[in-house]
Design a protein around this ligand. Sequence first.
Ligand code: AMP
Length: 455
Amino acid sequence: MFGIWGHDKAAELTYYGLHSMQHRGQEGAGIVVNDGTELNVHKDLGLVNDVFKHAKFDQLQGRVAIGHVRYSTQGEKAASNVQPLLFHAQTGSLALAHNGNIMNAYKLRGELEKQGSILQTSSDTEVLAHLIKRNGEGINENSISDALNQMVGAYAYLILTEEKMYAALDPSGIRPLSIGLLGDAYVVASETCAFDQIGATFLREVLPGELITIDDNGLKSIRFAEQRKRSLCAMEYVYFSRPDSNENYVNVHASRKKMGKELAKEAPADADIVVGVPDSSISAAIGFAEESGLPYEMGIIKNRYVGRTFIQPSQDLRELGVKMKLSPVRGIIEGKRVIMIDDSIVRGTTSKRIVKLLKEAGAKEVHVRIASPAITDPCFYGVDMSTKDELIAANHSIDEIAKIIGADSISFLSEEGLQRAILKDNSINQGICMACMTGKYPVQEEEEKEVTYTS
Ligand code: AMP
């Protein structure tokens, strides 16, 4: 999510901000601009560049905008679900962008439908719009707070009306959300890399349970809920976020490097070189090499022109497809004992393929070291972690995993090691959510049995 208040080039800057956060969602992208009298939207399925290739920015004039890139977990990949969602009422318009996952969305939809609401999308984001309006007193801090307090799950929201922009974060702060300044303009973004992209400076993070209102009078903060212990998603640090982003005042690359160092202390191996799987594991591999005193080598190359859009290979050409994306450097690998670092194992498919590639390139031994604990439980907070039966570590012992992926040995970082790598101290604001690794969920919706909708 990206939002900006008070800049002549609001839509263009939102485009740049979204582009820098393309890794957060590749399914769809959109921008809503406030031209001073009404809200206008441009959005579609596809990557940011494709969606805005033919966009006429002169028709997206205005000093205020919000934008979104979408990645859905269980919700439909439908055009109608691409955000921001825009609603019109006699009293004014409302645009919404959401990052996270609402666990009780199914129940809330049911209640809304019983009261006569007809929803257009299968996205949980629409539920918030109805709840805000149901209050009957217009769109303001009160009605938004009321609506937010009915949400159970992980959420960061950007809400735009003709008069104001609002930014809110769930009481556990599961997803990241930061505020920056560009001259006199306020900027809000899921990741701080978006600020660097447009030349904005970081001001502060949105706090768990905080609702921020931005208008021409500046920034105002209220609490819509009591702040719980922070549970910022550990996978944001492990895999999801860009290394140049800071989250909860910790740099992502630096934390990944520390994960590698912790791993090297916990699970050293007799080997000749350390190799990382590009791109997300490079930082951890550098840390592992530094700590172990072994050389870090570029043993695997990623073809930068193979995006997520490339034609999915058919089953019999799948191996070729893997090689299209990642190639081992034979001159480096051949005859060596290799420590292969990956950031995480979900289903085990990536590690298995890469071990095979390294062995085919002549590696004498491949010792797999994973810079996060084994993922054993699904995520209900907005990261695409498959169901338990698809998670390799939920169904197999460490030795079995090593055998399945063909590694000579395998080790995962401990939970304590991950915490040490991310947390500055153990104060209340420094907690992380490791539910997918521990099965301990910081937010629970007991009654919610049906499939959840997601943004
Ligand atoms: P898998 O191949 O299923 O074991 O997935 C693990 C690989 O996917 C690792 O190399 C990670 O970099 C990456 N990864 C980790 N979490 C996710 C996620 N939620 N979505 C997509 N890729 C992921």
